[in-house]
Design a protein around this ligand. Structure first.
Ligand SMILES: Cc1ncc(COP(=O)(O)O)c(C=O)c1O
Ligand SMILES: N[C@@H](CCCC[NH3+])C(=O)O
Length: 444
């Protein structure tokens, strides 16, 4: 049964609940589509990572990759849990500042950082900038001179590892837009530019091999490859990495066929492979940093929709459409991602048929789930889609002028509205009228 694959209960009314709160009441109170998060689950995931470093007695930093879900409330939870924060744009940094996130715990990424982003990072004295390319080095140096400051950096490298995941979310392979190539000498050139730099303080290396990864092998192989270079660079330049950031990418369960490892396992394995390499090459143990995004928030979030139109094509397929779609969840269209869902007002009802769940956008690819086993469906049933906490709200769009849904946090059996539902006024508020700017004469 679908429900057995997800950590959510059914209440005495027979409704799906999240964090002890009835999802049907939430749908009535806030409307649909609605993103709902169990905050206790978010905290537990964060603590699992932090505790894994503590248990091993190893210096580590867990930076929440805010691209997965960046809102003020979420960043406040990350702050309360003592996490660091990975931001990749001015907008993500701005959100962090609005959440009063300690700036020394913020790490800035990006494969095309601009002057404004770098200036903002320098001005707020963020903890570290991850250097992705030579352009970054030039811009950062100029800005540091201007502001008379210094900055800690990591060099992002692509180790040439192909992680077992969708090609759009692989990032450690050689043919990638991210980072310096480790094998062709680019990373070494960056190192030479930064060694002994008067303003840029090189703390170590960064690599992120991809996302939604279920085994530890890829991280191990990446660490082994990095250490071969680190050993050579120690010999040649007396450079020792104080920090090794092995990125994020830890997989979560979307459907029953996904078999994620306990979060601590990834950390344990990384610690072990870094330890073995340090021993092998007689190097000091670096601090190990990780950057989980999806695995902190992904399975803690669900989306509630109201089911509307039905189209049955006998012998072909039966479609049910919901009041959201690719605008609040682009992942099925972008990565062919699979999701599980239940009818939230009777999640335990036995499936009687398979139907496909479509969104309401004017796009054939706007499908949320193909071939979902369901009981008989009635008009206005509420559909709960599981594991929509990561890269759903953050990748939402206004296609077809749909408004972005509200976000509700559940904690201690209470619901809290943390992002208001957008209004149509919000959508048009930056539009400027063209009438009166230019007068037209119609063609004869
Ligand atoms: C550099 C970097 N760090 C961390 C992450 C977070 O990945 P995930 O959400 O899969 O943990 C990403 C996204 O893939 C990334 O590009
Ligand atoms: N947005 C992607 C992951 C990309 C992660 C960022 N490098 C997803 O939904 O799976």
């Amino acid at each position: 049964m679908i429900l057995d694959a997800h950590p959510f209960n059914v209440n005495t009314k027979g409704h799906l609940e999240i964090g002890g709160v009835d999802t049907i009441q939430l749908a009535e109170k806030y409307g649909t589509p609605l993103y709902v998060y169990d905050v206790e689950m978010i905290r537990n995931h964060a603590r699992a990572f932090v505790q894994a470093f503590r248990d091993a007695g190893v210096h580590g930093k867990v930076a929440y990759a805010s691209k997965a879900f960046s809102t003020i409330a979420m960043l406040q939870v990350a702050k309360q849990e003592g996490l660091c924060l990975d931001v990749i744009s001015e907008g993500e940094l701005y959100t962090a500042l609005q959440a009063d996130f300690p700036t020394e715990k913020i790490h800035m990424h990006g494969n095309n950082k601009n002057e404004k982003e770098i200036a903002m990072g320098v001005e707020h004295e963020i903890g570290c900038i991850v250097i992705d390319n030579f352009h970054d080095i030039d811009l950062l140096d100029l800005e540091l001179m201007k502001q008379e400051k210094t900055m800690n950096v990591l060099i992002r490298v692509t180790p040439g590892v192909e992680s077992k995941t969708h090609k759009y979310i692989m990032t450690g392979n050689e043919d990638s837009k991210f980072g310096f190539d480790l094998q062709n000498g680019q990373a070494e050139d960056a190192l030479k530019k930064l060694l002994g730099h008067p303003r840029i303080n090189l703390k170590g290396l960064h690599c992120h091999i991809g996302s939604q990864i279920f085994e530890t092998d890829g991280f191990r192989v990446a660490a082994d490859i990095l250490f071969v270079k680190l050993a050579a660079w120690k010999e040649k330049y007396q450079f020792e990495s104080e920090v090794l950031n092995l990125g994020g990418g830890f997989g979560i369960r979307y459907t029953e066929s996904d078999t994620p490892l306990p979060l601590a396992e990834y950390v344990k394995d990384m610690i072990q492979s870094v330890g073995q390499n340090c021993h092998k090459y007689n190097m000091k143990s670096p601090e190990i940093w990780i950057e989980p995004g999806r695995s902190i928030v992904g399975d803690a979030g669900i989306t509630l929709y109201t089911i509307g139109a039905n189209k049955n094509i006998p012998g072909v397929r039966e479609y049910y459409s919901v009041d959201g779609g690719m605008t609040d969840n682009i992942r099925p269209a972008l990565y062919q991602s699979k999701y599980d869902a239940v009818i939230a007002n009777r999640p335990e009802a036995s499936p009687e048929k398979e139907v496909s769940i479509a969104g309401k956008c004017c796009e054939s690819g706007d499908m949320l789930i193909w071939d979902l086993p369901v009981p008989q469906i009635q008009d206005k049933d509420i559909l709960a889609v599981f594991s929509t906490g990561a890269y759903n709200y953050s990748m939402a769009s206004h296609y077809n002028r749909l408004t972005k849904p509200a976000v509700v946090f559940i904690e201690g059996g209470q619901d809290y509205l943390v992002v208001k539902r957008e209004t149509y006024e919000d959508i048009v508020k930056n539009d400027l009228s063209y009438e009166g700017i230019k007068s037209f004469t119609s063609a004869k």
